[in-house]
Design a binder for this molecule. Structure first.
Ligand code: FE2
Ligand code: FE2
Ligand code: FE2
Ligand code: FE2
Length: 408
């Protein structure tokens, strides 16, 4: 029998508040940290961010004073958890270095979720988003090389390739084509629900990060690139959040949030290589078990519903960080030319000429001054070639090999 957080005992909520020294932890060493440890820190920081904001929104939608107090207490703990996790990020890691970490999370998390996703439609949405974040990694890696003289391969650790994905310039679509079909909460596999919650938290964290960090660079090209990719992260958050069944009650959403936190801490703990950080994941898991009990109890009290009706007896297949190079190459080969039409994915060339995609593209890319293109052109101008990290031979799509060949 696997791990069932519903049957485990957590830490009493009143004992979960921590003092300042246990929140302000020793950061990891950016020169020796394992790439996927950095990724786990980014993901869990984003997960806690989502948790506390969800609990704020819930509190804003209830008139029940006692429930507001219950939410405030759990939310205070979520904030402390976020502080502890964020304190692991060292002050000498630059915004661009962190950005490479963010996009590595987006690539390897999305690929892993897609590979393990039981619902074919949700899988297709993940595959679609995957190729876009994959391209962001390549654009930022070129900027990092030019601006800071650093190679992104030292950050991603040769676990993730860096080469063009679906070109960022082609990712800009009319907002109507960013909305997807929701799963049905009564029919969806628990893994689908957890995957959707996880990817929303991760993409939202990235979106917020770019919204707030765009001004950290003086270089106009860097500022432009953060703006442009930030707009795609808005599309990604819209896409992934629309997968969740909107008919879930606030209590059901709360239970799923806490269950997902248990699931993710258990997953992160199971593969963490840094013993000190592994302990933190474990400590937070025990806290989350109690949060889950609180949410389940609230559902029982307010809705007379038993959460075990929609939660499994054991955690499903874990979410892990691992290299997905061959999987991504396969998706690149077969899906690079897709775009979205309403809720479906179709080849760009199948769109009618007057489709809103072209109109939107025309509006925003009209003067040819597109940062995601300029960053590559500029790299070629300065160094005679673009920055790539291709570990299994040339790009799987022939058309994307040319640039490098002509620039050498
Ligand atoms: Fe939490
Ligand atoms: Fe991205
Ligand atoms: Fe993204
Ligand atoms: Fe929680």
């Amino acid at each position: 029998m696997g791990f069932n957080p519903l049957k485990e005992e957590g830490t009493d909520l009143e004992k979960q508040f921590r003092n300042w020294s246990s929140l302000n932890l020793q950061p990891y060493d950016k020169y020796t940290v394992e790439p996927y440890t950095r990724c786990r820190v980014i993901l869990m920081n984003g997960t806690e961010f989502e948790s506390q904001w969800f609990l704020h929104h819930f509190a804003r939608h209830t008139t029940d004073a006692e429930l507001k107090q219950q939410l405030a207490r759990v939310r205070r703990v979520e904030q402390q958890q976020q502080k502890a996790i964020a304190s692991l990020i060292p002050g000498n890691e630059t915004v661009l270095e962190q950005t490479i970490g963010y996009e590595q999370v987006a690539v390897d998390l999305t690929a892993y979720l897609a590979r393990t996703e039981p619902d074919p439609y949700v899988k297709s949405v993940l595959d679609f988003g995957l190729l876009e974040d994959f391209d962001h990694l390549y654009r930022y890696a070129n900027l990092l090389d030019m601006l800071e003289g650093k190679k992104a391969e030292d950050l991603v650790g040769r676990l993730t390739e860096i080469t063009p994905g679906r070109p960022t310039i082609a990712e800009h679509r009319h907002p109507f084509d960013g909305v997807r079909k929701p799963f049905d909460k009564d029919k969806a596999d628990i893994l689908t629900k957890l995957h959707v919650h996880t990817i929303v938290a991760a993409e939202q964290q990235t979106m917020n990060y770019y919204m707030n960090r765009v001004q950290d660079y003086a270089d106009p090209l860097a500022r432009g690139l953060y703006q442009e990719i930030g707009m795609i992260e808005e599309q990604h958050v819209s896409q992934y959040e629309s997968l969740a069944d909107p008919s879930c009650s606030w209590f059901e959403m709360w239970v799923i949030h806490e269950y997902n936190e248990c699931y993710l801490y258990y997953s992160m703990m199971s593969q963490e290589t840094d013993a000190r950080i592994k302990k933190l994941w474990e400590q937070h898991l025990i806290m989350e078990i109690e949060h889950l009990h609180s949410a389940v109890d609230a559902m029982k009290t307010y809705e007379k519903r038993d959460a075990s009706e929609f939660l499994p007896d054991a955690l499903p297949h874990l979410t892990l960080f691992e290299s997905n190079i061959d999987y991504i190459r396969d998706i690149l080969k077969n899906q690079i030319d897709l775009t979205a039409k309403e809720t479906e994915f179709v080849p760009v060339e199948s769109l009618p000429e007057d489709y809103r995609y072209f109109d939107y593209q025309q509006k925003i890319n009209i003067d040819g001054n597109v940062p995601s293109q300029r960053v590559i052109d500029k790299h070629i101008e300065e160094y005679g070639r673009e920055y790539r990290l291709e570990l299994r031979g040339p790009h799987p799509v022939e058309r994307f090999r040319e640039l490098e060949a002509t620039s050498k």
